[in-house]
Design a protein around this ligand. Sequence first.
Ligand code: ADP
Length: 392
Amino acid sequence: MDPMDPTPHYLETELTDLVQRDPAIFRFLQDGSLDGLWYWDLKEPDNEWMSDQLWRVLGHDPDAMEHSPRAWQDLIHPQDLQTALANLDAHIADPDHPCDQVVRYTAADGTLRWVRCRGIVIRDDQGVPHRMLGAHNDLTQLMRTKAELAARVQELEAAQAELQVSNQALRRFVSIVSHDLREPARTLRSFSDLLERRCGDQLDARGAVYLEHLQGGSVRLTEMLGALTTLSRLATQPARADQVDLDQLLREIVDDLAVAIAGSGAVVEIAPLGHVQGDAALLRVLFQNLVANGIKFARPDTPPTVRVFRERDAICVQDDGIGIPDTAGRRIFAPFARLHARGTYEGTGMGLSLCNQVVELHRGHLDYRSTDGHGVTFVVTLGGQGLAPTSP
Ligand code: ADP
């Protein structure tokens, strides 16, 4: 059928005839799509026929209700009655003004029900308005759900505000703690070094082992405090939105990791990555940690291969190392989380936590796929406004 053809579809014509001929069709349409129908005599305004449905919605016996506007006007909210009557008058004066409003009724059990009420004026042969035809739809469930949703949103906003306050307090705490602890950590480190230099030869074998532990502990403490300071710095500053050339960034990272790469015999392959919008300094922290982990967590017998590549909207850092067991889940992103005993693989356990923080600051998501013993693929998705990777 030609969509521009103004003649009605033959099925529409047929249905119109059917509605006129068979009252069952009209009843079906009414019952199936409406919660009430009304037909008002404007010349004898005490007369208004109303179908049964609205009375049932309101919990009244339809047979006990009179066919008069008084019946519904006694139950509608007074404010909504005014709105409805004003719209009705305006529509009679100007058919372009819609007679369409959502009004509140008090049901027989005292509860409030929301009803959409629409009407159109019908004129006689002289064009004088003489009837109003209208329809009701019960919107109570919809309005209740809407109110519940609004309440939930409010609760969520309140919880979010609370979380922000406690996050800020936590960041301040981390920042103060990491700063204040640095000084004693430095003292510990320099005096243990001094002890080794000045008195190392006076120590017996056991003393030398103790000193070694002391030095190792103080080095790790300094590193952990450094990582904590970085974390609190990241968390307190908003991410910039630079145009970052990832290929260039990764080349620089590979240069910075030259010692680790040479030491392990690692191969680092960088596929074309293109540009992303983001904070260049933070993205450096992110990819440096991921590539360094790929090199560090190598299988003992095989020099590692680390590949960095694009996968749709994500950037992946993949290695063929020891992998991460299924049981680890997102625990590896927690601060100071390590899956290995000290001595097997060194580190503070802060790297992935920093990575996760960086990705979150970019309103993105950091995840990984792994089979224990068969490498890991970290998947970085940078989200948020304008932070999706641009094409290579
Ligand atoms: P670190 O800063 O000490 O390297 P991370 O926070 O980066 O620690 O990683 C946390 C833990 O997750 C590591 O101790 C290690 O067990 C595991 N892990 C991280 N990256 C890898 C990887 N590429 N392969 C295997 N395990 C990994």
